[in-house]
Design a binder for this molecule. Structure first.
Ligand SMILES: [Zn+2]
Length: 403
């Protein structure tokens, strides 16, 4: 299924399943095609998420991931988790009536590649999506999110209705490729995920004075770029010291020509850490470094948050189930944090949640080269099947309250 999907939705530059495009809809139709023979009811909620429910006894276990990709993306990011869920649904449907309902979800717009807002569908269902914050977001060609998603059947004014989809949910489980090098380095095919790390993402603007590159003496400059460059080095230094990660992934200079000292420089800073206290310290250190660098260059600096997420631990009892299953398959119950955000981050706020990772070759993702050894992909499906089976049995056995 994954190879067929890649064939249908990729070109020579990689996967092109960007949310709210025709190629993405082709991928979603492919999913419906895989589910056609199964005794499931398929519906799309007001946020554009596709659900396939296999009805059973009381309580619901939800499994899934996303089909959208970044432009020129990989064949496995998101798609692997969706196809794992299809495979598990197919196997369990063949086993006869289940003691609880099993729901497959394919989340809309996990990547935020077109409008810059990640986790669209899952945050709508979790009740954390601010409609006013996203309606006016524009894509590269100036089209508004509010208008584009309407063409894909989303009803922004009725977004709250999507929250009904998780009524009665007892667990959310997601399989995903690691998108990092840790499992490969440790020689492990699969592992349990403890949760997703916290994120601080800020737009930092330095202002100095635009001046002629030739006639302005070095000691009379107010070079906004040099202040930004010193800050970028401080972001790295702080991340290394706290064992987190810090990235300056974008920079814009004004006027941005070689014959002028930059009077204005804007950088985007992304910092991540599994521990909230360490993340706060990293942000504070970067801000202090930026003020010192600005003052040394005769510039001003201002910080503006773009996106923030608190560290989101997963449910201990479900992480244990995944870890035990991984131990059965590999002899090692490795648990690692996810440095990337996932739809599971949103779900973990409202439903007990856990994830299973498979290794990523050379740790590369969001790129055409993204890959995982086939035997690891197969092992991941089998481990996911066993995890879901355990969780269904536990759900059926427990008389715990539903949400
Ligand atoms: Zn993903």
């Amino acid at each position: 299924m994954l190879r067929e999907l890649a064939e249908l939705t990729s070109d020579e530059a990689g996967a092109q399943r960007v949310a709210w495009t025709d190629v993405w809809q082709t991928a979603r139709a492919f999913l419906r095609e895989q589910l056609r023979e199964l005794p499931v009811t398929i519906r799309t909620d007001t946020a554009g998420n596709q659900w396939a429910r296999l009805p059973g006894g009381g309580g619901t276990v939800i499994i899934g991931s996303h089909l959208d990709s970044v432009p020129d993306g990989g064949w496995l990011d998101g798609a692997y988790g969706v196809m794992c869920a299809v495979e598990v649904l197919r196997a369990l449907a063949a086993r006869g009536p289940l003691p609880c309902t099993l729901a497959l979800v394919e989340w809309a717009d996990e990547e935020g590649a077109r409008f810059g807002h990640s986790l669209f569908g899952s945050s709508a269902v979790a009740g954390t999506l601010g409609v006013a914050d996203v309606r006016e977001l524009a894509d590269g060609s100036g089209l508004r999110l509010g208008d584009v998603v309407t063409e894909h059947g989303v009803r922004l004014d009725d977004l709250d209705e999507a929250r009904q989809e998780i009524r009665g949910a007892r667990a959310y489980l997601e399989a995903h490729i690691e998108q990092g090098p840790v499992l490969e380095r440790e020689g492990l095919p699969i592992a349990a995920v403890s949760g997703t790390v916290g994120v601080e993402r800020h737009r930092v603007t330095f202002r100095g004075q635009t001046a002629h590159s030739g006639s302005t003496p070095m000691d009379m400059r107010r070079d906004a770029f040099l202040a930004a460059a010193a800050t970028a080095l401080a972001v790295r230094e702080s991340a290394v010291r706290h064992r987190g990660v810090g990235t300056v992934g974008a920079v814009r200079l004004r006027p941005g020509i070689v014959t002028a000292v930059a009077g204005e420089t804007v950088i985007l800073v992304d910092q991540r850490h599994p521990d909230g206290g360490a993340l706060t310290a990293m942000l504070g250190e970067a801000q202090r470094a930026s003020r010192e660098a600005a003052s040394a260059e005769g510039c001003t600096v201002s910080w503006e948050p773009v996106f923030r997420a608190r560290p989101q631990p997963f449910a201990d009892e479900l992480v244990s189930v995944v870890r035990e299953v991984c131990t059965e398959f590999t002899g090692q119950g490795r648990v690692l944090p996810s440095w990337a955000l996932h739809d599971a981050t949103q779900m973990a706020g409202v439903v007990p949640t856990a994830m299973l990772f498979t290794s990523s070759t050379r740790g590369i993702s969001h790129a055409r080269e993204e890959n995982t050894p086939e035997e690891h992909l197969r092992l991941g499906v089998e481990a996911f099947y066993r995890t879901v089976s355990h969780v269904i049995a536990r759900t059926a056995a427990s008389a715990g309250p539903t949400i």
